[in-house]
Design a protein. Sequence first.
Length: 226
Amino acid sequence: MGKTAIILGATGLTGGILLRKLIDDENYSTIKLFSRRTVGIKSSKIKEYLIDVLALKQSAKDFTADEVFCCIGTTTAKTKDKKLYKAIDYGIPVTASKLAKQHNIATFIVMSSMGADAKSAVFYNRTKGEMERDVLKQSIPNTYILRPSLIGGNRNENRVGERIGKAIMRIINPIMIGNLKKYKMIYPEKIANCMHFLANTNTNTNTNTTILTSDEIQEISNSITS
């Protein structure tokens, strides 16, 4: 019997790529997706739960698996209401971590962001930092927090500022070396590769918490695809 994975955010850019990787991986027999809408992919491995993810705790009985991949996230441009923003970027991952703890799920991998800091004066960074802090409070044996920089790739959304930022980053990426490497734009394929690798790497039996910066995510992905 293969492993069971939960993906939150499978309809997003990184989550969608990760989903396809798990479908192709013979180690997985079941992939549970919790989201508001279907991913539109046919696979015998997929089990979809179409729910209000802001009320994830109502699906506690179904939240059983070997691993949880949390790829949930929004932007201040897309979600201008700060209360709703925090409910998404903080509330969903923290609720998921509590459910994982409740069901003794040993591996929890969550996407955060570069600059996450619970004490930051910047709302975006503070929200991510508070999320990290409260996920870590659950003491899930294998917890991985990924802090990517600006994520490249094409989204089906009109984010003018983000498009401009990506265009600039594509130009300056080659000259960002040394301590600047962690600020380089990273592509969702690299993040998905890293998440997949971490979930399938032998880990210690004791609590193993790892926070990975963007350049470290890139290095792990490059090491397994080279």
